[in-house]
Design a protein around this ligand. Structure first.
Ligand SMILES: CC(=O)CC(=O)C(=O)O
Ligand code: MG
Length: 221
C-alpha cells in the first residue's frame, strides 16, 4: 500500500504554481506599472520549487538583474472551478512563505516586446519556499507582518492587509479561468522593496510569529 500524500509535501505533487502580480500599490509604483483593475496572473513550473535547505536560488543564464520578491503563498487543499469568494477559504489547506525570484532584466525585455514572462519567472530554483504552515496556525491571512533581509539589511517589509486583492478574491478569480487542484500554490504578490541580489548574498525572510526561512544566492544556472 502506498503512503497517503501529505499536503505538507505539496511541492512534490507536480501541481501548478499560480503567480499574482502587481498586488501591492507601492510595488506597482516602484516599477512604474499601473495599478491593475483585475489580478495579473502568470504560471511558474513546479521545477521552480526550491524548499529550504535544498541549495541556492540561481538566476537563468545571462541574467544580470535577479530580484527577490517576498510573497505569502497559499496552498490549496480542496480543488474546484468557479469557487465563490464567500467559500474560497474552505479550499485553503495552509500557507508558505515564498520568494517569487524574478529576472528583472528579462522581464523588462518581455514587457517591451509584449511576450510572456517565461525567462523572467520560470527558471529552476525561481520559487524558494519555507516549510508548510497549516491553515489553523494563521488567524488571518490578511493581517500578517512579513519582511525580507539581504545580508542582514531589511529590503521588504509589509503587512498583508496592503494587498489590493484579498486571498479569497484571488482564489475565486483564478478558479474562473483554471480549475484549482489540491496541492496547487498561489503566490499572492510582492510588496515594495524588490531589489537585485548577487551570488553569495544571504536572504532571510519571515512571516512574523509564523514561519521563517533562509536561502543563499548561487551562481547563474
Ligand atoms: C512585476 C512582477 O514581477 C509582478 C509580480 O510578480 C509581483 O509580485 O508583483
Ligand atoms: Mg511576484
Amino acid at each position: 500500500m502506498t503512503a497517503p500524500l501529505k499536503l505538507s509535501r505539496f511541492y512534490e505533487w507536480g501541481r501548478k504554481i499560480v503567480g499574482v502580480g502587481r498586488n501591492y500599490r507601492a510595488h506597482c509604483a516602484e516599477l512604474g506599472n499601473p495599478v491593475p483593475k483585475e489580478p495579473v496572473l502568470f504560471l511558474k513550473p513546479t521545477t521552480a520549487y526550491l524548499p529550504e535547505g535544498k541549495g541556492p536560488t540561481r538566476g537563468p543564464p545571462g541574467c544580470t538583474e535577479l530580484h527577490h520578491e517576498i510573497e505569502l503563498g497559499v496552498v490549496i487543499s480542496g480543488g474546484g472551478t468557479n469557487i465563490p469568494e464567500e467559500s474560497a477559504m474552505d479550499h485553503v489547506g495552509g500557507y508558505v512563505l515564498a520568494l517569487d525570484m524574478t529576472a528583472r532584466d528579462y522581464q523588462n525585455i518581455a514587457k517591451q516586446k509584449g511576450i510572456p514572462w517565461t525567462w523572467a519567472k520560470c527558471f529552476d530554483t525561481a520559487c524558494p519556499i519555507s516549510e508548510f504552515v497549516p491553515k489553523e496556525k494563521v488567524h488571518d491571512p490578511q493581517d500578517l507582518d512579513m519582511w525580507l533581509k539581504v545580508n542582514g539589511e531589511v529590503r521588504q517589509k509589509t503587512n498583508t492587509n496592503d494587498m489590493i486583492f484579498t486571498v479569497p478574491y484571488i482564489i475565486s478569480y483564478i478558479s474562473k479561468i483554471m480549475t484549482l487542484e489540491r496541492g496547487d500554490l498561489i503566490l499572492t504578490g510582492t510588496p515594495m522593496g524588490v531589489s537585485g541580489v548577487q551570488p553569495n548574498d544571504q536572504l532571510e525572510a519571515e512571516i512574523e510569529g509564523v514561519v521563517a526561512m533562509k536561502f543563499t544566492v548561487g551562481d547563474k544556472l
